[in-house]
Design a protein around this ligand. Structure first.
Ligand code: PMP
Ligand code: GLN
Length: 386
């Protein structure tokens, strides 16, 4: 492994999912649903396969049906207009979109600001691009209101002459924070003032329980400097299909496409036709997904609180972050390694999502994108910890 990737050996998700299988534990670690997305969308993929649509290399930017559907989705839910021919790019999941965006836009030595704790691929992709990551820490805030807060002064102070872009994620994995209009407006003003690009990872855009998802690209001065990323994985419960996308100006999308060409060339064909159909599902689909997950959030969050954890109830995503100190624990990594033996549940230590490891040492994340009976059993098992 070269020096750029030193320290990025195995992702925590692979390690924890392997631990779950080895110990026969309930896996609330890696975030993937334990039921698949809509039958009619699966049928659409089968139909595309049978009818020979997408079985050979699809067009580089993605099949036209999907690009049109992505533009339609941005218009329908966000009021944003993108030209399917020049302003939309289909990628192999949001993961590739993030990698291609950073590889295309970051010069060696450039600084990239990311909200800490951050999704693990950000650090690795900034490193592969030769950039330097500059973390700005989200911290739990006491009292009513959002469980986590962004310190805007800290964000402003993090910008230097070398800053190239701000990498945002809202709704935020692992904290479940949904950035507010005030926070996003301040970020947008900073980006305009300092002439920065913003790459925004919005894969949990439809999983918002409190407040609303605000796409940063919709704020004044931002459309021309924002690369927006989303994916079918979370919205349609097909994390294995790896269909993601980028929207932005023709210049930005074409830059990202240049990198994508040499990463995967194109993304898998038949799934693109199926996701095009999924994006057109009626509002009732999106509402039902959100309401189902809201009930699961409450089930798991209440159960964790009863088991003695301090719970930061998430406004979005399908993760709950907890503080383990009320249980007399302080090391989340050791806690997660021991948890399967102690009670047959797997979780993820947030420490791995921090540069400032001490900031996150005592936080542990649990996923609630699981069947209700699985969550009930997990809560029962966690209740025996005390
Ligand atoms: N960004 C965030 C914040 C995530 O949690 C994930 C995990 N699914 C991804 C990106 C990757 O998305 P995809 O599976 O579409 O590559
Ligand atoms: N996004 C998922 C999570 O945070 C997992 C994705 C992955 O395994 N790379 O758990």
């Amino acid at each position: 492994l070269n020096r750029r990737l030193a320290g990025f050996g195995t992702t925590v998700f692979a390690e924890m999912s392997a631990l779950a299988v080895r110990t026969g534990s309930i896996n609330l670690g890696q975030g993937f649903p334990d039921t698949d997305g809509p039958e009619q969308v699966r049928e659409a993929a089968v139909r595309a396969l049978r009818e020979g649509r997408g079985n050979q290399y699809p067009p580089g930017p993605g099949v036209p049906e999907l690009r049109t559907a992505i533009a339609g989705h941005q218009r329908r839910f966000r009021g944003l207009e993108y030209d399917p021919d020049t302003e939309v790019l289909v990628t192999a999941g949001a993961t590739e979109a993030i990698a291609a965006a950073l590889l295309a836009l970051v010069e060696p030595g450039d600084e990239v600001i990311a909200l800490e704790p951050y999704y693990d691929s950000y650090a690795a992709c900034v490193a592969m691009a030769g950039g330097t990551r500059v973390p700005v820490t989200l911290r739990p805030s006491p009292g009513p209101g959002p469980a986590y807060r962004l310190d805007l002064d800290e964000l402003r102070d993090a910008v230097t002459g070398r800053t190239r872009l701000i990498l945002l994620n809202t709704p935020h994995n692992p904290t479940g924070t949904v950035l507010t209009r005030e926070e996003l407006t301040a970020i947008a003003e900073l980006a305009v003032e300092r002439d920065l690009l913003v790459v925004t990872d919005e894969v949990y855009e439809h999983l918002v329980f409190d407040g609303e998802h605000i796409p940063v690209a919709s704020l004044p001065g931002m459309r021309e400097r924002t690369v927006s990323i989303s994916s079918a994985g979370k919205t349609f419960s097909f994390t294995g299909w790896k269909v993601g996308w980028v929207t932005g100006t023709p210049e930005l999308v074409s830059a990202v496409r240049s990198a994508k060409q040499y990463l995967t060339y194109v993304s898998a064909g038949p799934f693109q036709y199926a996701v095009a159909e999924a994006l057109a599902l009626p509002d009732s689909y999106y509402t039902a997904l959100r309401e189902d997950l809201r009930a699961k959030r409450d089930l798991l969050a209440d159960g964790l609180a009863r088991a003695g954890f301090e719970v930061f109830r998430p406004a979005g995503t399908y993760f709950v972050t907890t503080d383990i100190r009320p249980l007399g624990e302080s090391d989340g990594v050791a806690f997660c390694r021991a948890l399967p033996e102690r009670c047959g549940v797997v979780a993820v230590p947030n420490a791995v999502f921090y540069d400032h490891a001490a900031e996150g040492a005592h936080f542990v994340r649990f996923a609630f994108c699981k069947r209700e009976e699985v969550l009930r059993e997990a809560v029962e098992r966690l209740g025996t910890l005390g």
